[in-house]
Design a protein around this ligand. Structure first.
Ligand code: FAD
Length: 494
């Protein structure tokens, strides 16, 4: 095992710059970090909706939130509104909030709510979630001591630039140029250098593959292998286009299902990000592009850009002295906006077990195993949205409904259907509240629930639920409109 000091990051998209900023912040004095990127190739240019873990990651970088938001034209995100998913005309919110906020109860809140419903009161489950109601009302505020749970919508290009502005002065060396080949040690097969088209050689002890879908190091060089998930997640194409804003930004992402996939709408301060995700077996490129252009609001800022992808995961994200991050490591699909989160969690984990003394197979194996579990849990959550549908308007939705899903997901669906049981496993990203919102949103009505709620006298249950809903309503009413708060908190330069 030989000491590792020189880290080379191949690629300067969101993955590359997130990795560079985190590494230099946490381990800067111990490492020599170089990032290679190609302006000619550019970045994927999408990836603008995040989840709340981004806030923790930004704290780790020591970022000032208002500065970050101003420079990346960000808005706040309280969840995702799903339209037409269970059935055409359906609508539900997967918010980042906790439902009910009654941690002393022995069963999650939805069991108490189901008992109330059985007794003829209780309203809607969404009445008990502060973030959800704030999203619906288009209201938002945060500040010292605020407990509201939120994420961001951000401009992907500006985010890369912002992180670069942090990373370069802190010591990351940036090299512009196209990587033409990758050198390997003939015996160990470990990577030794990136060779650029200019002839320059960038030598390193450890490499991060952030080259996007190409996987220049992890796949094209190391031939690590890819586990294909297309049979569960059939979309493979997207058109992305930005539009002028025509209304104040809402604090949520919109995910609007259509006959062969879905469409996103992500409001930023200066524009709106839009795209259509589709399965090319069920919709042609022309049809998708026309549909997108017909359905977006506001003037497009350029012609829609086509992006192809394959859903699945790299068999190992850590192979030898190379770790793949971002799209090079695999891609589930953009629904639920987890990809940037996965970059952040992976680089954090790498920092925690950084192989200064040389690569340990045991450490790499553990890293790979954790990454696999994490990804499979998210995969199941995404498949759920497609699988639990009652849409009868297209062959795509019929196929999604009838496909065999992973056993892990079949078990989850059965547990919820039969007993309203939802859980969060140890390493799992999505919490009980997320599973409940989506399982119910997609149309499952559990056959039974925990009897604990029946031990509460009906008037106590009614009073408790009434007080909770009233608190949520009163709290939301005190918030300013989202656009107004943005204007005071982090107005972006025009
Ligand atoms: P890229 O942005 O493709 O960057 C690759 C980098 O490698 C570039 O700098 C490129 O120049 C460089 N490179 C490649 N080859 C070479 C070479 N030969 N020489 C030199 N440099 C090279 N994620 C979310 O979290 N939220 C979302 O809402 C979301 N929406 C998405 C929508 C779609 C349609 C898609 C496809 C993805 C979405 N994602 C989303 C994922 C997100 O876009 C990515 O995780 C994120 O942008 C990171 O991309 P990347 O840096 O891995 O790759």
């Amino acid at each position: 095992m030989s000491a590792i000091r020189r880290v080379v990051i191949a690629g300067g998209g969101t993955a590359g710059w997130v990795a560079a900023a985190a590494l230099v912040k946490q381990l800067g004095p111990l490492l020599d970090i170089t990032l290679v990127e190609s302006d000619d190739i550019g970045t994927v240019g999408v990836g603008e909706s995040t989840i709340p873990t981004s806030r923790t990651f930004h704290q780790l970088l020591g970022l000032d939130e208002a500065t970050f938001m101003r420079e990346t034209q960000s808005t706040f995100k309280l969840g995702i509104v799903f339209e037409n998913w269970g059935k055409v005309g359906d609508r539900y919110v997967h918010s980042f909030g906790e439902i009910g906020r009654k941690s002393t109860w022995m069963a999650p809140f939805h069991h108490f709510w189901m008992e109330a419903k059985a007794q003829g009161f209780g309203g809607s489950l969404s009445d008990y979630c502060f973030e959800l109601q704030a999203a619906e009302a288009g209201r938002f505020a945060t500040g010292e001591g605020a407990t509201i749970n939120y994420a961001y919508h951000l401009d992907a290009t500006l985010y890369g630039r912002f992180l670069r502005k942090l990373a370069e002065p802190a010591g990351v060396k940036r090299v512009e140029g196209k990587i033409a080949s990758v050198d390997q040690d003939p015996e160990s097969r470990h990577l030794t250098a990136l060779v650029l088209e200019s002839g320059a050689r960038i030598e390193g002890d450890f490499f991060l593959d952030c080259t996007g879908f190409r996987g220049l190091l992890i796949e094209q060089t190391l031939q690590t292998g890819f586990e294909d998930w297309t049979h569960w997640l059939a979309t493979n194409s997207a058109y992305a286009v930005q539009t002028e804003s025509v209304r104040p930004p809402v604090p949520y992402t919109r995910a609007i299902a259509h006959q062969a996939g879905w469409r996103w709408q992500i409001p930023l301060q200066h524009r709106v990000g839009n795209g259509i995700v589709f399965a090319s077996d069920f919709m042609s490129d022309d049809e998708a592009k026309t549909k997108l252009l017909n359905e977006i609001e506001g003037k497009p800022l350029f012609d829609p850009r086509l992006i192809r992808y394959r859903t699945g995961r790299r068999r190992k994200v850590w192979n030898g002295n190379c770790v793949a991050l971002g799209l090079a490591s695999g891609f589930i699909e953009p629904l639920e906006s987890t990809s940037i989160h996965l970059v952040k969690i992976a680089i954090t984990r790498l920092i925690q077990s950084f192989p200064f003394g040389g690569v340990s197979e045991a450490v790499a194996d553990r890293f790979n195993d954790q990454s696999r579990q994490e990804l499979e849990n998210i995969r199941d959550f995404i498949i759920l949205h497609y699988h639990l549908n009652q849409r009868d308007d297209s062959a795509f939705w019929k196929q999604c409904r009838e496909m065999a899903v992973p056993d892990s997901l079949t078990a989850r669906i059965a547990a919820f259907r039969e007993a309203a049981e939802a859980h969060q496993d140890g390493i799992e990203l999505f919490r009980v509240d997320s599973w409940v919102q989506v399982l119910m949103g997609q149309g499952i009505e559990p056959q039974s629930y925990h009897e604990l709620a029946r031990m509460m006298p009906p008037t106590d249950l009614r009073d408790a639920l009434g007080a909770l809903a009233a608190n949520v309503g009163a709290g939301v009413a005190k918030l300013p409109p989202h656009a107004q708060f943005l204007q005071s908190y982090c107005p972006a330069a025009a």
